[in-house]
Design a protein around this ligand. Structure first.
Ligand SMILES: Nc1ncnc2c1ncn2[C@@H]1O[C@H](COP(=O)(O)OP(=O)(O)OP(=O)(O)O)[C@@H](O)[C@H]1O
Ligand SMILES: [Mg+2]
Length: 305
């Protein structure tokens, strides 16, 4: 058995040889430099899967863009990326330039970074190959962290008003941990459905985010009722609407169920632009306006300190 001091010495020698520390420090510095040029960073999250996070991210991006904001989306769902499809991004490798890798460009000029564009086909699963003998879970976590940092630090985002981060589902610590890797994250927008199960899971992830000191800007209630396209009548779909008291955060908007939302996302033509007069489009614009207002208010407050 090696003595503890000898182990420590070997450890330090290894770190020196592999230059791991310097590489990580360089990467963190690159992330900071890039993110300094992004005015607002907002993560879209929900403990629950399939409630519409990616759809909300994409339509919110378009609503912000229509207000004249320069917008980018980081698809942080490394195992279930869907942003490129929803934004009609052409599948091609990232172009490397001296300024960094050029982001893909989706609908209306929205900049996108997603692992989907690095995979050979749209249906290839993301697999992290661990070296023999490595502890898979730790290796995977390290690779995921490094990938997100590369998207933040090595993609030439340029100056942006908003970077939206589409987080993966889950009530574990994964989405919140990813959110913590984004320097100076302004806050999170939480997406839920009116069902009791969804509300419970989402309430848990709001609490978790708050415990980690991640500000919650507000909540988007998705699939909140159904609006008949023929007669315009509104009906409840998954239960009673959420209230601000129930979840303890402001409600930014309620998006009704509208099958055209799915169809337009599948075609890569965001709903907000395709059906600007539909009630759901109006709600997305309201969410965009409320987020902008909340963040500007926060900025004025901190600038005055
Ligand atoms: N309000 C809505 N009306 C109609 N279809 C919707 C609505 N919201 C979401 N959808 C559809 O539901 C499906 C799931 O949405 P989406 O992929 O955005 O969920 P998600 O929360 O990002 O899922 P995941 O947890 O897998 O990342 C998609 O096909 C989307 O187009
Ligand atoms: Mg998603």
């Amino acid at each position: 058995m090696l003595e503890r001091s000898r182990l420590k010495q070997l450890d330090q020698e290894y770190i020196k040889r592999s230059e791991v520390v310097r590489q990580v420090e360089d990467q963190i510095a690159r992330v900071r430099a890039r993110m300094d040029r992004v005015r607002h960073k907002v993560a879209v999250m929900s403990g629950k899967g399939g409630v519409g996070k990616s759809l909300v991210t994409v339509n919110l991006a378009v609503a912000l863009m229509e207000r004249g904001e320069e917008v980018g989306i980081l698809d942080a769902d490394l195992n279930g990326p869907s942003i490129p499809t929803m934004l009609g991004v052409e599948r091609r490798p990232y172009e490397s330039t001296p300024e960094g890798a050029l982001p893909a460009v989706g609908f209306g000029g929205i900049k996108v970074a997603s692992i989907e564009l690095l995979l050979p086909t749209a249906t290839t699963p993301t697999l992290w190959k661990a070296p023999q003998g490595a502890w898979d879970a730790v290796w995977k976590g390290t690779m995921e962290m490094s990938t997100i940092r590369e998207f933040l630090g090595d993609v030439a985002w340029g100056a942006l008003d908003f970077l939206l981060i589409d987080l993966p589902p889950g009530t574990g610590d994964k989405p919140a941990t990813i959110a913590q890797w984004i320097p100076d994250l302004d806050g999170t927008v939480v997406v839920t459905m009116p069902s009791k199960v969804s509300k419970l899971v989402v309430a848990r992830s709001i609490q978790f985010a708050q415990m980690l000191g991640l500000p919650v800007i507000g909540l988007v209630e998705n699939m909140a009722g159904f609006c008949c396209l023929t007669c315009g009548a509104e009906t409840e779909l998954f239960g009673r609407p959420c209230t601000e008291e129930e979840l303890g955060v402001p409600i930014l908007g309620r998006i009704p169920f509208d099958c055209r939302l799915t169809l337009s996302a599948d075609e890569g033509r965001p709903f907000v632009a395709e059906y600007p007069d539909a009630p759901a489009a109006g709600q997305f614009r309201e969410v965009a306006a409320k987020i902008k207002e909340a963040l500007e208010l926060k900025k004025t407050f901190f600038d005055a300190l």
